[in-house]
Design a protein around this ligand. Structure first.
Ligand SMILES: Nc1ncnc2c1ncn2[C@@H]1O[C@H](COP(=O)(O)OP(=O)(O)OP(=O)(O)O)[C@@H](O)[C@H]1O
Ligand SMILES: [Mg+2]
Length: 249
């Protein structure tokens, strides 16, 4: 039987999770995002780096549907969820109620409990947010994102405020959740090592566009002592304008 290898494949299954074309966002006449193009595959883990103020959070807010004052094309999955650097929990609602906040329909408590279990916080479901540690609050915020069963998970520096050990645990958790859920992830971070550790592809944003992309073709789980890891990390730091020789000194 003849097989037509050139048959165009345009089913929804392999449509990209994110397609952005000609995206421009200006504040007071200044284009922070300027004719930006970005594709993210279904199930792909993408990390986004860039100097402070270059427009990473602006881009994430647009993808989350929180900012629609834009020019250009932005296609994202209907089911998406976002978690920010500060967990943004409502102090007057217990943790499990926070997890269900804003969810359509009237989901029961078991939905919240299951998501909290998944992030290792089942035992704190009845706690008040102010009694959570920083790492626990961040996990509650992740649970709140997970109950939305997102096809696209948007994370804006979710580990930025955590201490080193908690941060490593949270990174591991996000890696596991991503592998289990199979959703696409866009992670904004300032931590190059975190980007290389987790992502399939690392993007560097500059001058309102994606100025550089680096595929990370290292096996998982990744070993930060692997010389190729160090090479990728150094290459990205250079792109970001960090002098790695001075850093090592
Ligand atoms: N609502 C707003 N009104 C005016 N200017 C804004 C607004 N939101 C963002 N900006 C400006 O757009 C630029 C990009 O901001 P953005 O928050 O996207 O940066 P970022 O890359 O996320 O920075 P950081 O790494 O510090 O979080 C900044 O100069 C910021 O001041
Ligand atoms: Mg930001």
């Amino acid at each position: 039987m003849a097989t037509d290898v050139h048959r165009p494949v345009t089913t929804r299954r392999n449509a990209p999770a994110v397609r952005v074309e000609g995206l421009t966002r200006s504040f007071d006449g200044r284009a922070v995002i300027d004719d930006l193009r970005l594709d993210v595959r279904q199930g792909e883990f993408v990390a986004l780096l860039g100097r402070s103020g270059c427009g990473k959070s602006t881009l994430l807010r647009i993808l989350a549907g929180l900012d629609r004052d834009i020019e250009g094309t932005v296609l994202v999955p209907r089911r998406k969820a976002v978690a920010f650097q500060s967990p943004r929990l409502m102090p007057w609602k217990k943790v499990w109620r926070n997890v269900l906040l804003g969810l359509p329909g009237k989901p029961g408590r078991p939905v919240a409990d299951q998501a909290l279990e998944e992030v290792g916080l089942g035992h704190r479901a009845d706690a008040w947010p102010k009694t959570l540690s920083g790492g626990e609050a961040q996990r509650a915020s992740l649970a709140r994102a997970l109950v939305r069963e997102p096809d696209l998970l948007l994370l804006d520096e979710p580990f930025g405020a955590l201490d080193a050990l908690t941060r490593i645990k949270a990174q591991r958790l996000v890696g596991e959740l991503w592998q289990r859920r199979g959703c696409a992830v866009l992670l904004v971070t300032h931590d190059v090592e975190e980007a290389v550790l987790l992502a399939d592809r690392v993007l560097v944003m500059d001058d309102g566009v994606i100025a550089h992309e680096q595929h990370i073709d290292l096996d998982r789980p990744r070993d930060i002592t692997d010389p190729r890891f160090a090479e990728l990390r150094a290459g990205l730091l250079e792109r970001l304008g960090v002098d790695t020789a001075a850093e090592a000194a």
